[in-house]
Design a protein around this ligand. Sequence first.
Ligand SMILES: *[C@@H]1O[C@H](CO)[C@@H](O)[C@H](O)[C@H]1NC(C)=O
Length: 237
Amino acid sequence: MKLASDHLPHSKRDQLMPSQVLRLLALLAFAASTAMATDPTQLQDFCVTDTKSKVFVNGFVCKNPNDVTENDFFFSGLNITGNTANQLGSKITSVNALNLPGLNTLGISLIRIDFAAGGFNPPHTHPRATEILVVLEGTLAVGFVTSDPDNKLFAKVLNPGDVFVFPQGLVHFQINIGMGNAVAFAGFSSQRPRAIIVANAVFGSKAPISDDVLMKAFQLDKPTVDSLKAKFWADNN
Ligand SMILES: *[C@@H]1O[C@H](CO)[C@@H](O)[C@H](O)[C@H]1NC(C)=O
């Protein structure tokens, strides 16, 4: 890495100005935060999740490679329709580093999403993963919103065979606008992307965010904030 001091005149080469030190620190902090935003690359062929380990690391501890079998790289069951009998009318079946242990450290995973008629997947983000979705059955309206200050919506209606990508970290949603059920599969650039469902995180946090914060943030009066907090916020994961 070339330091800022390489560009200074000779007399100043050995001393960084305070403003330059600040800039360098900001740059390093930024580099560190972006490096943490995605799954790191693996340093070995595989690191199969040891589901019995009590040690917490970034990801999961590796099982002894001598004990690894083909079943550690295998999952069966995405042919099964998810139970959509819930508030959202949708169900996500995940294949990630916990139930397909061979995915640990590989930076990739998969889901099946089932939608009843009118079912939806509410606005949410995957902080560490881009998502690529393909519709197998039915018709979905999908979209994502770009970051501040534009907050531009990119939305599309998808039919079987259509593919859409939701860039990493952006708020996105899907809703079944067809007459019958819908089925989609999606791949993620993370071994276990998880989700931040916006409404759940904001109005359903445990413990609750204070009324004062939510009233100001959403320009709502106290009774409205309290009624939103009192609602049940379903999670289809
Ligand atoms: C799903 O696949 C498994 C394994 O092949 C099979 O045993 C099961 O009957 C299938 N279930 C459905 C609902 O198709």
